[in-house]
Structures are given as C-alpha cells and as structure tokens.
Design a protein around this ligand. Sequence first.
Ligand SMILES: [Zn+2]
Length: 233
Amino acid sequence: MSQLELLWQYQQADVEVDNLEMSLRRSPKRQKLVKLRDSFQDLQKSLKQVEDEVLAMLDRTDALKDAISLSEDQIKQLQNRIQNETLESSEQVRDYIDEAQRITVSLNDYEHETRRIRKSAADRDRLQRDLKVRLIAAREEFIPLREEYDSEYKQAQEQVVKLRAKAEEKREGIEAELLEKYNTIKQHSIPPIARLQNGQCGGCNMSFPSSVLHNIKNGKLVECETCGRMVIT
Ligand SMILES: [Zn+2]
C-alpha cells in the first residue's frame, strides 16, 4: 500500500475517534449540565450580592441609630437650656426655635430612612429565601444528571480509548514527515486528505489543471491550492 493510501486509512480511523469526541462534547445532556451550572453560578452571584446589600444596610442602620440618639441628646440639652437659662431677647428665643427645628428635621430624616431600610431589608430577606430555594432546586436537578452523564461519559471514554488505539495502529508504517504534514493541514482543514472526484478536489470542489491531475493520478503528493488538503485518487 502506498504511503498516501496508508495515510488515508489512518485518516478514516482518526476521523472516527474525533467525531465520537465531538459528539460527546455536544451531547444534549452535557449542554444541559453546562446550562444548569451557569444558572447555579448566576444564582450564587445574585445571592452574594443580596447578602452584601443586607450587610451594607445593617451598617447604615447602626450609623442611623447613633445619629438618632445624638439628635435626641441634642434635643434634651436644648430643653435643659430653655428651662434653666433666662431668655433675654426675642432673637435668642428664635435661635432656640431654629435649632430645635433643625434637630427635629434631621431626626425625622433619620427615622424615615430607617423605616425605608427596614422595608428594603424585608424585601431582600424574601429575595434571599427565594434565591436559596432556587439554588437547592438547581442543585437537585444537577446532581443526578451529572451522575448519569458521568457514567455515560465513562463508557464512551472507553470507546474513545479503544478507537484511539486503533487509529494509533494505523499510523504504523507512515513516514513521520507525512504525518506531520497531515497534522498541520488538520489545523485548518478537516479532514486533511480528500479524494479526487470528477477531476475536482473532494474537499472544496476546486478543479485542477491537467498537469496537477496527472501528478495526482501518478500518486505524487499534491496539496489543493484552494483548501490546502492533500488530494489522492
Ligand atoms: Zn481543495
């Protein structure tokens, strides 16, 4: 058998194992697992975000508590001063009133914000629970599917190993240089060898001039100028 014919035989075995590996990667079960894993990761990310928001809210609530007690102290001090000091002018009275108003406005703002945060925190609590439920559901769907896929994959992998060994056998007797060329062409054109079909390249259907046809028919190594494949009869 000529070197090119041996290489063709090798290609048949090589393509078979490549196709099996490709179909494994594209299996619907695997696609579904990838989708489930992605949605699981999205859910985890959302949960983490909500947890961070809740932490930030707790920090803000603490700060508001401090601000509220400070304002309450200020009001008490102001009341003491009004009770204990003799107010001498109407301006002084106005100043006290202004200050009391200023503190009351801040106090109202703080309380308003505290209520708002409490409400958002309750919303986030619900969201957190919902996300956790969905995470558990996603995991429950993922685990058995993963086990099923793993056992199927293991079987298929045994088949891949068997086919790969068969292909390796077919490499025997082929010149290293020719195999290297095959692998180089395989980087851009699969399969790397094409048969001549009605005077055309079986890979890309390009027609060959008669001098090239002559070389192909004489078993010379010819690479298609268009697709780069080796062309044999
Ligand atoms: Zn071609």
